[in-house]
Design a protein around this ligand. Structure first.
Ligand SMILES: Cc1cc2nc3c(=O)[nH]c(=O)nc-3n(C[C@H](O)[C@H](O)[C@H](O)COP(=O)(O)OP(=O)(O)OC[C@H]3O[C@@H](n4cnc5c(N)ncnc54)[C@H](O)[C@@H]3O)c2cc1C
Length: 558
């Protein structure tokens, strides 16, 4: 895949800039419909906004308040498609909305929202909502603050705990369907000739090597760079007139251990201080709390949860579940991302539309370039379908039928599939039942490929960290089969070790050992990878108030 000469000499029907969920979904759709497809991602796949979401595959109850009915319907339809086509990665999730007297959303309003939500998801496979009066809700959720509790609603949405893997699975499915997919390739220039883009200039981010990809005479360039959409558009030359497209808002999350009073179901609650809704979500045995919504004009490559955002999420959680008693000391991980929303002036950030826009740049004199503005995790498949239909239309061709609606993702497997039982028996002496089940959740049916590595080298059955079910074969699989190039690719996107166990720092010695033994990494390469890893964690994930203590601990360990 990293043969730049071959890529420079080839011609592509569609060049996708950005390997987040929307680029990945577009590439899969395009390749399945027979288009020669190239994906260029400047970092790792799923390293942008797609890895910083709340991980919900949802209709967006809140969007009903903004009358975004078409978005709600589209999202609820796509939720159903994902529950069917990716059941290993997307699961139904029960949510509770507590309603308090004298807050901004009264009981009747929540009830009306629930009824509408059920109507918009008339074709769903999950149960409809139920309303509970105060006493009944207290019976179900004993930890909730009782003062002024009027009751609440319970309803189903869905959760993609490993949202990054949803993106990766689309990337690798695109690759299997014939696409060329490259991570760590930055698009540095887009050459315009007449009213078309003729060349895409690229730089290998790992080696600094540069190369140029030709755009075929009927080739189309798709800008799915998320919050970086405008940065990509700035690279068009000669310079053109293109208005600002993105007005991103930052959203932060915190991860804490389960706390007293935390229900098994998720909570969707209104913050006491500013009436904003936010989520308290069960996530891989921990609790994911988010999010904030702040205008963001900073460096998109260094986005971090501020102390004030962290304190807001902690105190609002304590307000709704007083026994939680959370403090800064409870933080296990934080992350923040920027929503690629359409540039909007003069509105409250919560009121910015969440609907996506396909911006055809022919209006600015470039005929073969389209930018995606917005686009949620939930709706990526439909967005991909729309983009590929547009590509065919631009090429003056009839689009073949879209296949992604009915084609399951490659890992698609049900939790009761006999393959899981049989693997559990076959590897009983080497790998725990918990780890086997984890592998089938993470990789779906493709878990057998990870287990094949254990057949060849049984020592790879050992765990990476004693606290987690991940096994060492996953490290080798990530590098040899899933285009992982850095420590972060392995701990943060091929697995979620970084988010679950001390920022992934404990796992680094094991990574170094396995990579040197099985993937020909040198010790210098591992040292460099470790330094880069620390830098990234410091700049993006470790809250400022923890930096001193973690640095001191690492010094002792070195
Ligand atoms: C806090 C938060 C919570 C959210 N929660 C949810 C949720 O629960 N459910 C939901 O459905 N949606 C949610 N979203 C929205 C959703 O996550 C995003 O809209 C979606 O992930 C955007 O995906 P994308 O592929 O368009 O962008 P990204 O994932 O950002 O991908 C764009 C990619 O382009 C690459 N790129 C940029 N410049 C270049 C270049 N020059 N060359 C090559 N590559 C480049 C970047 O590295 C990046 O990987 C949330 C978003 C945020 C921020």
């Amino acid at each position: 895949m990293r043969d730049w000469q071959a890529i420079a000499q080839a011609t592509y029907d569609i060049i996708v800039i950005g390997g987040g969920i929307n680029g990945a979904g577009t590439a899969r759709d395009a390749a399945l419909r027979g288009l020669k497809t190239l994906v260029l991602e400047k970092n790792d796949f799923a390293s942008g906004t797609s890895s910083w979401s709340s991980r919900l595959v949802h209709g967006g109850l809140r969007y009903l308040e903004q009358f975004e009915f078409s978005l709600v319907r589209e999202s609820l339809r796509e939720r159903e498609v994902l529950l069917r086509n990716a059941p290993h990665l997307v699961h139904p999730l029960l949510l509770t909305v507590p309603v308090y007297r004298e807050r901004s959303r009264p009981y009747w309003k929540v009830w009306a929202g629930m009824v509408l939500y059920d109507i918009f998801s008339y074709d769903k496979s999950v149960p409809i909502h139920r309303m509970l009066r105060g006493g009944a809700l207290q019976q179900v959720l004993r930890g909730l603050d009782r003062e002024n509790l009027a009751g609440g609603a319970q309803y189903y949405d869905a959760q993609a705990e490993y949202a990054e893997r949803l993106c990766l699975e689309n990337i690798f499915a695109a690759q299997t369907a014939g696409a060329t997919v490259c991570n760590y390739v930055t698009v540095t220039g887009l050459q315009k000739s007449g009213d078309r883009l003729s060349h895409v200039e690229c730089r290998d981010t790992l080696t600094g090597e540069t190369f140029t990809v030709q755009v075929a005479p009927d080739g189309i360039v798709v800008n799915t760079a998320g919050p970086w959409v405008d940065k990509v558009l700035e690279r068009v030359s000669p310079v053109w007139n293109c208005d600002r497209q993105i007005g991103g808002t930052k959203g932060s999350h915190i991860i804490v251990d389960r706390f007293p009073g935390m229900p098994d179901a998720a909570l969707y609650v209104e913050a006491k201080s500013d009436k904003r809704p936010f989520f308290i979500l069960p996530w891989l045995g921990k609790v994911l709390i988010g999010t904030t919504d702040l205008l963001f004009e900073g460096d998109l490559d260094r986005v971090k949860a501020d102390n004030s955002e962290i304190d807001y999420l902690l105190s609002e959680t304590n307000a709704i579940i007083p026994t939680a008693n959370l403090s800064r000391a409870d933080i296990k991980f934080t992350y923040a991302g920027v929503r690629p929303l359409p540039y909007t002036q003069g509105k409250d950030t919560g009121a910015f539309t969440r609907k996506h826009i396909l911006h055809d740049h022919s209006s600015e004199g470039v005929n073969n370039l389209v930018s995606l503005i917005g686009g949620k995790l939930t709706t990526y498949r439909h967005v991909g379908e729309e983009i590929v239909d547009w590509v065919y239309q631009k090429r003056g061709q009839t689009a073949p039928p879209c296949l992604t609606l009915t084609t399951p993702l490659p890992g698609c497997i049900s939790a009761t599939d006999p393959k899981i039982q049989s693997a559990t028996r076959q590897y009983a002496s080497l790998i725990s039942r918990e780890s086997i089940s984890h592998l089938f959740t993470l990789y779906g049916a493709q878990a057998t490929q990870v287990l094949d590595l254990v057949n060849a080298s049984p020592e790879l059955a050992q765990k990476i960290s004693p606290n987690l079910p991940d096994i060492q074969a996953q490290i080798v699989y990530a590098v040899k089969h899933e285009l992982a190039q850095t420590y972060l690719d392995i701990t943060r996107r091929r697995t979620t070790i970084a988010m679950q166990d001390y920022y992934g720092l404990n796992a680094l010695p094991v990574l170094a050992e396995v990579l040197q033994k099985h993937c020909d990494w040198t010790s210098e390469q591992c040292d460099r990878a470790r330094t880069e890893y620390y830098d990234y964690m410091r700049n993006n994930c470790i809250p400022d108030f923890q930096l001193g203590a973690i640095d001191a601990q690492l010094k002792v360990l070195q």
